[in-house]
Design a protein around this ligand. Structure first.
Ligand SMILES: [Cu+2]
Length: 369
């Protein structure tokens, strides 16, 4: 660790020349360079003025990485799925206080963290269209959160009654409400893994709990006789997260970043079939992520129309394209299984998502103006 710090200090000194310090008390137009390798995370500037800032995160390592900004235990924002050799931007709104920046090589674990200090007072943002956008989206979160609790309660009852077939049918339906609002859940970094971690993501020293443990019990081991405590824990965690989510006051930039995060989820865990590896109901989650992403953009629509109408037109076209591709794989009142899709079909879906994702990543910049 010590040697990394030393290298980091040198690198920061060099990068500072090419990047910002700060200026007008409302953030800075210049980007803050972050160089992420497999064992270091160098943030060019960690002394910031309150306001909007963009971190340009370059993956100089070999593993896929991600970058988070934390305020205490809470995730302020994150950018996932940064492939080696590529750079992705994360635009965030920071009020004065102490933060941490974290790179997570391999996209897991505690990350390599540095302190970020934000001082001063940001200029108040008064665009009524943006204020309205967050109110709208908070309503959407509240509705989905209620549905999630209701569906989870039913799921609990079925599992405890030993009704495996009915529980299996409900599983992807309950998850739909979760997957639509997951970026809000991810603000509370401690609970998201308890509810939604996959077997391979479970941190050493913690237990495998949540939806995917039950998915395993239902489809793989086909034994739910001792799943009662797991399902009770899931419901307790869901209730806690829902309560927190409903009390959370969101910033317009969180809508933009959340919308993007949902599409990242599709690309990293749904296209690959990693998410629902036992039930193969990944397309349900895929659809829910896209719907949640679109809900955030819809809330921002009036503001976007004013600020970047061309981007909005493009987004509408690309969302339609993704939905059309997805519609081709509807089955009954749900979707085909991941295992029923050909490589070519998955490739087509992934292309549509990547194009859309690229446009959605411009939304934060448009509304931060
Ligand atoms: Cu998920």
């Amino acid at each position: 660790m010590r040697s990394h710090r030393l290298i980091a200090a040198v690198a920061v000194g060099l990068l500072a020349l090419a990047s910002c310090s700060s200026s007008d008390g409302n953030g800075d137009d210049r980007k803050i360079a972050v160089s992420a390798t497999d064992d270091s995370c160098d943030i060019a500037d960690t002394d910031l003025k309150a306001g909007t800032h963009t971190f340009a995160v370059t993956n100089d390592g070999e593993e896929v990485t991600e970058f988070y900004v934390y305020s205490g235990n809470k995730v302020v924002s994150e950018v996932e799925n940064i492939a080696p050799g590529t750079t992705r931007d994360l635009t965030v709104e920071l009020t004065s206080g102490d933060y941490e920046g974290a790179c997570k090589p391999g996209m897991k674990g505690y990350g390599i963290r540095s302190d970020i200090k934000v001082t001063g007072k940001a200029k108040a943002k008064t665009d009524p269209k943006l204020v309205e956008a967050t109110t709208e989206y908070e309503k959407y979160i509240a509705t989905e959160a209620d549905e999630l609790v209701g569906a989870t309660e039913k799921f609990v009852r079925l599992v405890k009654a030993g009704k495996a077939e009915q529980a299996k049918r409900l599983y992807p339906r309950a998850r739909t409400h979760w997957e639509r609002i997951e970026p809000v859940a991810e603000i509370f970094g401690d609970l998201d893994p308890k509810i939604d971690a996959r077997a391979n993501d479970v941190e050493p020293g913690t237990k495998f709990t949540g939806f995917h443990k039950l998915e395993k019990d239902l489809w793989k081991t086909k034994d739910i006789s001792s799943s009662g405590p797991v399902v009770d824990q899931l419901l307790a965690d869901v209730r806690t997260i829902v309560k927190r989510a409903k009390n959370e006051e969101l910033q317009p930039l969180q809508l933009a970043n959340g919308s993007k995060a949902l599409l990242d989820e599709v690309a990293t865990t749904k296209i690959t079939g990693e998410e629902d590896r036992y039930s193969h109901t990944d397309l349900w989650d895929f659809a829910a992520n896209v719907e949640g992403s679109e809900a955030a953009i819809d809330a921002l629509r009036p503001a976007l129309k004013e600020r970047d109408p061309e981007l909005l037109t493009k987004l509408d076209r690309q969302f339609a394209k993704v939905e059309k591709t997805l519609a081709e794989h509807r089955a009954g009142d749900g979707y085909e299984l991941h295992t029923e899709l050909t490589r070519a079909e998955l490739k087509e879906m992934s292309n549509a998502i990547n194009a859309l994702s690229e446009s959605v990543s411009q939304v934060a910049v448009a509304i931060a103006k």
